[in-house]
Design a protein around this ligand. Structure first.
Ligand code: UDP
Length: 242
């Protein structure tokens, strides 16, 4: 496997082409951003922790039948992934109301939704990732109506699996964001889970104390982000090789 040119650089990761068709290297940076990158800091070792946590979660979901882009971790900061064309829609699944939805609808903090709910956002920094609805997504042609329905169902299934996974370590999954991409698999076009699942894109609270172990620590300046993320590593019993 030879690492070639940068294909894409985002806020938290870099994707490199490789000499293997349809396989990329995903590199986890230490950059932390919030409020649409108005707040930016380098937090030493965040990329390493997210690489390991995302590996753990993608492997777990893979075993549950949620085929995804993760192939294997290569080293402390890099993983081998399947090349996909990302659909520019953020699927946010919420079990409890927190964050942007509270401000948008004046909901009370920690309101528990009767059923998990999904909000869709357009991935476009220049526009501040606005909310988008199904009709406009279909109109703009990224996915068909039935593909979108399938992805929303998949997001809810992923939510069930993740709730169970985090329950085992006494963590409440408040909400999370996932992304999907298009790829060719067994000569067929497929839409698969991609990107990362880590404390950068989930809200994770201790069930008893409600202490949070996610990027809100950075967004709200409430403590040491690495200490929070390490707690997830510790509870999952993940070993980070030095
Ligand atoms: N999220 C994310 N990337 C984004 C926006 C949100 O990963 O660009 C995650 C965020 O970490 C949280 C969930 O999606 O777990 C819901 O975020 P929310 O809409 O409440 O936005 P925020 O409060 O982060 O502005």
């Amino acid at each position: 496997m030879i690492k070639l040119d940068i294909l894409y650089e985002g806020k938290a990761k870099i994707l490199y082409e490789t000499n293997v068709t349809n396989e990329l290297i995903q590199f986890f940076k230490d950059d932390a951003t919030a409020h649409n990158a108005q707040k930016l800091e380098i937090i030493s070792s965040k990329g390493i922790i997210n690489n390991y946590i995302s590996e753990y979660i993608m492997n777990f979901l893979g075993k549950k039948g949620i085929y995804n882009h993760f192939i294997k971790r290569l080293n402390s900061r890099e993983q081998l992934i399947r090349k996909v064309k990302i659909i520019p829609i953020e699927f946010v699944v919420r079990n409890f109301a927190f964050g942007s939805i509270i401000k948008r609808y004046n909901l009370s903090n920690e309101y528990k939704f009767k059923k998990p709910l999904i909000e869709l956002f357009l991935k476009k920094d220049e526009l501040n990732d606005p909310l988008i609805n199904d009709d406009l997504i279909v109109e703009l042609g990224w996915v068909t109506r039935s593909e979108l329905e399938n992805l929303k169902n998949k997001a809810l299934i992923i939510n069930k699996h993740l709730i169970n996974l985090f329950n085992k370590i006494n963590i409440e999954l408040i909400d999370f964001k996932i992304e999907f991409g298009k790829t060719v698999y067994n000569n067929e076009n497929k839409l698969i889970l991609a990107d990362e699942i880590s404390p950068d894109n989930c809200r994770l609270w201790d069930k008893k104390t409600k202490k949070n172990f996610d990027k809100d620590i950075f967004r709200n300046n409430t403590g040491d982000l690495i200490e929070g993320y390490q707690e997830i590593i510790k509870r999952f019993k993940i070993t980070i090789e030095s």
